[in-house]
Design a protein around this ligand. Structure first.
Ligand code: GTQ
Length: 358
């Protein structure tokens, strides 16, 4: 609600012409307020800002600090009880809102050996980026995919999914979901499925073989908004970064970088979230960059820093960090490093509001 300065700071002196104007205006605001109306001119500057000023803060979660706390959650609650045993990565400027950036949810999910996170589906899309452990699976729409560190696994909007750990070690991965975006549009639906684990009819790697090999199943649709691929394995993507590096295809801001694509359209893997994998050669000193998509990064390999205007984030393997919208940053790698990143860029591009600069 608009409150005039005259009301906020009452003065002792006798009312002058200025105070009178303020008082008259305030009286008017109160009267229109009774009809649920408000004067735009009191709030215009905060609505139409000259450039983005993110409500989110830069932040890094160091894996060495949080790993023991994640392990503790394994003793506190079962995956079945929790449905999803996840520690939410809350942006320090947005505590209590379950978001890492203004539009994206991020969390660290733990599955202990023998556990199943039961099947469900929802209008939010999810991605998993595997940090620790090997051999648990995610089943998505009947394809069971065994996950290894660095794998990028997609659960697109309304796809049935369950997770299970048939290995003998705990598994931890980063979940990123477009929950705040879908909830902003008030378009969330969810349902539990009767079977705890889906019956899987397709082999591991099936969707990548069918859709990611330069051929397509005859008659495949060529317009889908979501990728048909379930798991973009690290084993497959990582060597491509070396090819780019050897060929000298190194962007001065991003390093040798690939974009995870929907192979049938060439577009983003999901309509709401876009992801990249980048190699920063040892000694890389990136040029300044900024863009309107607040971004969540994961250090997969190496060691380095990301310098923002008034903060430097240090990272090493499995650290997760956030660069808010339109904040200038530059990556520096003290060792050859690999960074995964994900943001809401596809949404902004679809709306025609995405911008980048330096
Ligand atoms: O795995 O389905 O971190 O529904 C948050 C909500 C994971 C999941 C999360 C979810 C999931």
């Amino acid at each position: 609600m608009a409150v005039s300065t005259a009301q906020k700071k009452p003065t002792a002196k006798a009312p002058g012409p200025k105070d009178n104007v303020d008082a008259i205006r305030q009286g008017y605001y109160d009267r229109i307020g009774a009809y649920d109306m408000a004067p735009l001119w009191e709030v215009l500057k905060g609505l139409v800002v000259t450039e983005p000023k993110s409500v989110a803060a830069p932040k890094v979660w160091h894996y060495k600090d949080v790993r023991p706390l994640i392990a503790e959650a394994g003793e506190l609650i079962t995956a079945k009880e929790a449905e999803r045993r996840v520690l939410v990565l809350e942006n320090p400027a947005l505590r209590g809102k379950s978001r890492a950036t203004n539009t994206l949810f991020a969390g660290l999910q733990l599955i202990m050996p023998g556990e199943i996170a039961p099947a469900h589906r929802h209008s939010a899309s999810a991605i998993r980026f595997v940090l620790d452990g090997e051999g648990a699976y995610t089943a998505v729409e009947g394809e069971k995919s065994i996950m290894k560190p660095g794998d990028f696994v997609i659960t697109a909007n309304w796809d049935a999914h369950d997770h299970g750990n048939t290995s003998d070690k705990p598994m931890v991965w980063l979940d990123v979901l477009d929950l705040p975006t879908v909830n902003f549009f008030e378009s969330m639906f969810a349902e539990h499925l009767d079977d705890e684990a889906q019956t899987t009819g397709r082999e591991d790697g099936d969707s990548m073989a069918r859709y990611g090999s330069g051929v397509l199943p005859d008659g495949a649709v060529t317009f889908s908004k979501k990728t048909p691929i379930v798991n973009y394995t690290y084993e497959r993507t990582r060597p491509i970064l070396d090819r780019l590096k050897r060929a000298g295809d190194i962007d001065k801001r991003h390093g040798a970088r690939v974009r995870y694509a929907n192979p049938v359209t060439g577009g983003w893997a999901l309509p709401t979230m876009g992801a990249h994998l980048a190699l920063l050669p040892k000694g890389f000193e990136g040029e300044n960059y900024r863009s309107t998509d607040g971004t969540i990064f994961v250090c997969v390999e190496g060691k380095g820093t990301t310098k923002l205007d008034d903060k430097t984030l240090e990272w090493s393997p499995n650290d997760v960090f956030v660069v808010p919208s339109w904040q200038r940053y530059a990556h520096n790698a003290t060792e050859e490093s690999v960074l995964f990143s994900i943001s809401d860029r596809p949404v902004q591009e679809a709306l025609g509001i995405w911008r980048e600069g330096n």
